[in-house]
Each structure stands twice: as structure tokens, then as C-alpha cells.
Design a binder for this molecule. Structure first.
Ligand code: AMP
Length: 430
């Protein structure tokens, strides 16, 4: 017997029955981003490795340890994208979008790849929905972007999520904070975990978001980035908070929030869910301002702010909510005899064209076994088609939840099914 081949570790299949919740999240995102004027962008899953090295940063875990990098047959170093901001920025620069419009708002969704240690909510192929706003440096843009996320989470019915915000300053004020932080961490080196002792050499800011309790205690007592902000950065952060107030968005200022990528300036933010299903993978999304990235990638001097949310984690939370997302069939057509099989097939086809979701067992079989399958399908009604129905053109719709059968003409099935009051749709309209 041939040996079975399994999927790649950390990369999941999504099968019918499970995919519906994903589709719900995706369609909700499309509706909401559309409302805010964000257009969808799709970039390739593979990019020049240098793109991530120069934007995300060589010293980050993502680039340093987690990228799927390979050489193509032409000897180029390519990487599966570990995130979506840099590819979108690359596309923005390549297509000179800044020459066409002063402000652009984009969103994307799709798979990202990171060679990470797996656990619940952390995979090697995962999906992100993200949005980027280019061309506006004002705090109103940061606030608007957070509002998209807030409204998106509301539309999904996920309300138990806390927004954390912080400011990392800019090239003007960050070096002084950085120097103070390194000095402080060096003085507490022995109290840090082994990973953080290394981070201290390569990327000291990362010590601040280590999950280790001892490191958190050290970081918590360390210098506060907000006290180092220069006047323009302080004004930006203050105004952002005022704007969030105007929008009625609740938030927590968390001076230890740094996020793991190098490209942020000023605003950073994270949305953290408190549900135990996510364990330590409780950050459902995050983002920030990256005013210097475009220039650093050889593009125009265009400010930008963006975020990314992890779909896998949103889906985990929604599944915990116990709602069903599968759309059940309107009708199951069963045939009473062999001779009605063709008409059953044709009737199913016609009703689908007329817009009904119809289930029909192409294998035929006994009426009893078909009725069992009708039950299992969750269909609202079953229609049995036999010689008598074919001759008379009349049949009955049997409500599967119980109740009296409804007489129906075979050429009026769709209208009759539609006329029956239905339980509320499982997918809330947004
Ligand atoms: P990041 O790009 O690291 O800021 O991640 C943004 C969001 O993507 C996180 O808040 C998670 O929800 C999600 N995410 C990041 N890495 C993973 C992963 N390995 N598996 C699943 N979701 C992830």
C-alpha cells in the first residue's frame, strides 16, 4: 500500500462546514472596509527577500528566524510573505500611486507565512486582514483606522476586546529613549530570560513585549517611552486620544506596547481579546504608523498607518460563541421511484437557477434512506417526487421542523418556499 502524505505542519486545511465562519469574517470585512472607502489590493504571496529585510528589519524574529526563504531557479532570493504591509507599500511605490491621488486607502486579506512554534492561534500559514492608509500624517487618520477595526469587531459580534495604544516617538526623540532603555536593561541583565539577554544586544525594544513574568516586571519598572516624546510627537499622541474620545472609542494607554516590527513611528496599537480560548495568543490584531517606510524602500516621502488582524484568531473566538454559519438548504428533493430520478435532477437544477439552495441525492436509493439524508441535511423542506406528482404537477412541501405539509404546484416551488416565514438568517447583516 502507498504511504499516506500529510499536509505541512502548521498549515491547516479548511473544509466545508468550517469555511463558512471564515467567509462570514471575510464578507463582513469587505462590507466594512468598503464603507470606510478602503479598496482591496492583492499582491503575490512571494516577494524579493530584501523587501522584508529592509522594512520589517533584519533583527526582528520575523525576518531573523521565521521567514520561508528560498532561491528560485534564477538564483534570486525570494520569501513567502510573512506580513502584508511591506508588499502593499512595494506595490504602492511601484505603481506610483502617490502621483495619482494624495490619500489612498487599501485593504488586503490572504495567507501569510512564518516558521513559528505552533500552538493554539499560532500557525505557520495563517490569514490576515489588514488595511493601510497612505498620505495622511494626521492623528485623525490613526483614529479612523482604529474605528474601522472597532466597527469590524462589533459587526462580528466580538465585543470583549481591549484597544491598547502607545507612541514610540520618531527619529527625533526615540534615540534618547532607546539609550536610556539599553542602559536600564543592562543594569538588570541578570533578571532577564535568556532570550531577552540576546534581544538586549540585537533589538532591545523587544524585551518590552516578552511574555516572561520576570521580564515584564523589569520592563514595567523601566523608562517610560511617553516621557521621552518630543513636542510634535506628544501633540500627535494627545490629539489621537482626543479623536478617539470624539469617536467614543475606549482605549488603554500602555507604554510597554512596542510591537515586534522595526518600521513603526509614533502611534502603535493592539487589540487584545480576553477570551481564554486564545491562551497567550490573545492579540487579535495590531498596527501603527510607519511614516518612514516608503522612503526607506526607495519610494516617495509618504506617511502611512496600517493594521493587520489574524483571521485564525477571530475565527477561534467566533467558534467559541457557538453560532452556526452554515447556510442550510431550502429544500431536499427525494424521488419515490427510479423513473422520477431524471425529473428530480432537472427540478433541482431549475430551482437552483431560480435561487433556492437545493439538496438532491445523485445516488438515488430507497425513499427511506433519502429521507434520512434529508433529515441530516438540515433542509427546511422536503419534496417527494414520484409518478403521481409528475402526472398531476402537484406535490407537497414537508416542513422538516414539523407541521402540516404545504401543497405546491411543481412550477411554483421557489415562490412557495420563499413565501414561508423563515427563522432569522444565521449571518447577521452588516
Ligand atoms: P503581526 O503582523 O505580528 O503584528 O500580527 C498581526 C496579527 O496577525 C496578530 O495579532 C495575530 O492575530 C495574527 N498572527 C500573527 N502571527 C500569527 C500566527 N503565526 N498564527 C496565527 N495568527 C497570527
Amino acid at each position: 500500500m502507498s504511504q499516506k502524505i500529510n499536509g505541512v505542519k502548521g498549515m491547516n486545511d479548511l473544509l466545508p462546514g468550517e469555511i463558512e465562519v471564515w467567509q462570514f469574517v471575510e464578507s463582513t470585512a469587505r462590507t466594512l472596509f468598503g464603507r470606510f472607502g478602503y479598496g482591496e489590493v492583492r499582491t503575490p504571496v512571494v516577494e524579493d527577500t530584501a523587501l522584508f529585510v529592509r522594512s520589517v528589519g533584519e533583527e526582528t524574529d520575523i525576518v531573523g528566524k521565521e521567514m520561508y526563504t528560498f532561491e528560485d531557479k534564477g538564483g534570486r532570493s525570494l520569501s513567502l510573505r510573512p506580513e502584508g504591509t511591506a508588499p502593499a507599500a512595494r506595490a504602492y511605490i511601484e505603481h506610483s500611486v502617490n502621483n495619482q491621488e494624495p490619500v489612498s486607502r487599501w485593504f488586503y486579506m490572504g495567507p501569510m507565512f512564518r516558521y513559528e512554534r505552533m500552538k493554539t492561534g499560532r500557525y505557520r500559514q495563517f490569514s490576515q486582514i489588514g488595511a493601510e492608509a497612505y498620505g495622511a500624517k494626521e492623528p485623525a487618520q490613526d483614529a479612523e483606522l482604529m474605528d474601522v477595526v472597532v466597527q469590524f469587531l462589533e459587526a462580528l459580534g466580538l465585543t470583549d476586546v481591549t484597544l491598547n495604544i502607545n507612541s514610540l516617538g520618531d527619529d527625533n526623540c526615540r534615540p534618547a529613549y532607546h539609550a536610556k532603555l539599553v542602559e536600564y536593561l543592562n543594569a538588570h541583565r541578570e533578571e532577564l530570560c535568556a532570550d531577552c539577554q540576546q534581544r538586549l544586544e540585537r533589538n532591545p525594544l523587544r524585551v518590552l513585549d516578552c511574555k516572561n513574568e520576570k521580564c515584564q516586571a523589569v520592563a514595567g519598572a523601566g523608562p517610560n517611552v511617553l516621557e521621552f516624546l518630543c513636542e510634535p510627537c506628544r501633540a500627535h499622541f494627545t490629539d489621537l486620544q482626543r479623536k478617539l474620545g470624539v469617536l467614543g472609542i475606549r482605549y488603554v494607554v500602555n507604554h510597554r506596547l512596542v510591537r515586534g516590527l522595526d518600521y513603526y513611528t509614533r502611534t502603535v496599537f493592539e487589540f487584545i481579546a480576553s477570551h481564554p480560548a486564545l491562551g497567550t495568543a490573545s492579540t487579535v490584531g495590531g498596527g501603527g504608523r510607519y511614516d518612514k517606510m516608503m522612503k526607506g524602500l526607495g519610494g516617495p516621502d509618504v506617511p502611512a498607518v496600517g493594521f493587520a488582524m489574524g483571521l485564525d484568531r477571530l475565527v477561534l473566538l467566533l467558534k467559541e460563541g457557538g453560532k452556526t454559519f452554515t447556510q442550510r438548504p431550502d429544500l431536499f428533493i427525494a424521488v419515490a421511484d427510479e423513473g422520477s430520478q431524471d425529473q428530480g435532477l432537472a427540478l433541482a437544477s431549475r430551482l437552483r437557477r431560480e435561487g433556492l439552495k437545493v439538496d438532491f441525492d445523485t445516488r438515488g436509493g430507497s425513499l427511506k434512506s433519502q429521507m434520512k439524508r434529508a433529515d441530516k441535511s438540515g433542509a427546511r423542506f422536503t419534496l417527494v417526487l414520484g409518478e403521481q406528482e409528475r402526472q398531476s404537477g402537484q406535490a407537497k412541501l414537508k416542513p422538516m421542523a414539523g407541521g402540516e405539509p404545504i401543497p405546491v404546484a411543481l412550477d411554483a416551488v421557489a415562490a412557495t418556499v420563499r413565501a414561508q416565514p423563515e427563522a432569522p438568517a444565521p449571518v447577521p447583516a452588516v
